[in-house]
Design a binder for this molecule. Structure first.
Ligand SMILES: Nc1ncnc2c1ncn2[C@@H]1O[C@H](COP(=O)(O)OP(=O)(O)OP(=O)(O)O)[C@@H](O)[C@H]1O
Ligand SMILES: [Mg+2]
Length: 446
């Protein structure tokens, strides 16, 4: 993409309505525009990152054997009356009447709809286990939408639902989700710590929330600092292997890590004092096992191997895809702007032409652009006729992890400059070598 042809409405001033850094930076970098309280348009740059996150979520869910589909945003109230949640959900649910006076709602979550799909089509244990998921917009009429996309009213969420014959099988699905979520967040350059949580209106005894530590987080958390040393890395997982998935759950959840809702002072005090931490965190996902709560209420049953008809065991599992943009920025920025992790960056590299209009500099930038593109990398080329300072400021704000700077002086010596946004370190090298370096950096990630 060439900047002169892109739509990147960068703001010079810091917007006064934004209280936290990720919201400020998303507005300044031209990623989102508020349409109404807690409702945003995703401008091209924001949309690009949102899609990248969605792609990672899809890849990791399918790697775990979960099946993608798409349910609508608008739902009929009837199903929610069956489960009893039409009344329970309260004011957070946006209720709508259609022209025939029928009660509809904008889905805050999808347990009812998916259970209805399941009961219409599945009747035998032979079709289990089954995990279906989608990534779709949700609406919750939050009393205080704030912090930009972090607490929106309309937000983008992955929600998945497992159907299993037994509790034991459903708990394997729970573990599988925990493993796939660990992988997902790490690919996004985030450490998200699974913490014991509270069931809330969805219900259930088995539930973990995934929290990204950040001062601006809305949750209070307590943990053993040893949990922050854990990392999933690139270990290979066989998602059908119950013992292997259970071992990962054990490894990542046996140390103390809880939100204030489940915090237990006595247990916490058993952690060696120098490792006890209290901090704030952003909830970026949650997994639940809730047994037969919905399947019993809505008649989602299967015939077991013994011929008996039994309600299925279910769980639901969510990732806050749009909130993740804010969480990533909270975790990765400096005073000049965003610093995207390589796995989610909207463009792989920025090209800054220090002397637009100089025949050699222009040609070198075009050649870089062409070879990067041919190798499957996406550059953002700042081809505006602007001062170098302004170009650097835009690149730093937008936060691409790598920048190639091209100027007549370097070209005389056959070199360009490759700069890391994170470390600020630069290196002079021939253009072909800069391209090769980027190919290596993004190998397996682009
Ligand atoms: N208002 C919102 N704006 C953006 N993302 C949200 C919002 N509410 C929930 N999410 C995201 O969706 C994920 C799954 O939804 P879940 O039902 O667990 O939310 P929740 O526990 O009600 O969230 P919270 O406690 O933050 O209100 C959450 O972990 C979070 O990342
Ligand atoms: Mg939650």
């Amino acid at each position: 993409m060439r900047l002169t042809r892109y739509f990147l409405p960068v703001l010079k001033e810091t917007p006064s309505e934004a209280q936290i850094v990720s919201h400020r930076l998303m507005l300044r970098a031209g990623m989102i525009k508020q349409a109404a309280a807690g409702i945003y348009s995703w401008l091209p740059l924001g949309f690009k990152v949102l899609r990248k996150l969605e792609d990672i979520v899809h890849e990791e869910q399918q790697r775990a054997g979960h099946i993608p589909m798409l349910m609508p945003t608008l739902q009929s109230a009837d199903l929610w009356r069956e489960s009893g949640r039409y009344d329970d959900y309260g004011e957070e649910m946006l209720r709508i009447k259609d022209r025939h006076g029928r009660d509809m709602l904008y889905g805050p979550t999808n347990e009812e709809l998916i259970t209805d799909i399941f009961r219409s089509h599945v009747g035998s244990y032979k079709d289990l286990p089954l995990t279906l998921y989608h990534v779709q917009w949700k609406f919750r009429d939050e009393i205080r939408p704030r912090f930009g996309v972090m607490r929106g009213r309309e937000f983008f969420m992955k929600d998945g639902y497992n159907f299993d014959l037994t509790k034991e099988a459903a708990l394997h699905a729970y573990n599988r989700h925990l493993v796939s979520y660990l992988r997902t967040y790490e690919r996004m350059g985030l450490q998200a710590i699974p913490m014991r949580a509270d069931g809330g209106p969805i219900g259930g005894d088995y539930t973990h929330e995934f929290l990204v530590l950040a001062e601006t987080g809305e949750s209070e958390v307590f943990y053993d600092s040893a949990v922050t040393d854990l990392s999933f890395g690139d270990r290979q997982i066989d998602y059908d292997d119950h013992a292997q998935c259970a071992a990962v759950l054990e490894e990542f959840t046996s140390k103390y890590a809880r939100t204030d809702e489940t915090h237990d002072e006595a247990l916490f005090n058993e952690v060696p004092e120098e490792r006890r931490r209290s901090a704030r965190g952003i909830e970026v996902g949650q997994i639940f096992y809730f047994g037969t709560k919905y399947s019993e209420a809505m008649g989602a049953t299967v015939q077991g191997p013994d011929g008996q008809v039994v309600p299925v065991h279910m769980g639901s599992h969510g990732i806050g895809v749009s909130r993740l943009l804010g969480a990533i920025i909270e975790a990765s920025h400096d005073e000049r702007g965003i610093i995207w992790p390589e796995g989610v960056t909207p463009f792989h590299v920025g090209i800054v032409n220090l002397k637009q209009g100089d025949a050699e500099a222009d040609a070198a930038c075009e050649a870089l652009y062409a070879s990067l593109t041919a190798l499957g990398l996406e550059p953002l080329y700042d081809d505006r006729d602007e001062r170098a300072g302004g170009k650097f400021a835009t690149m730093d704000l937008v936060g691409l992890p790598w920048r190639i700077t091209v100027g007549p002086r370097g070209l005389k010596n056959g070199v360009v400059e490759l700069t890391s946004r994170r470390s600020g370190e630069s290196e002079e090298l021939p253009p072909e070598e800069a391209v090769q370096r980027l190919v290596q950096i993004y190998a397996g990630r682009a």
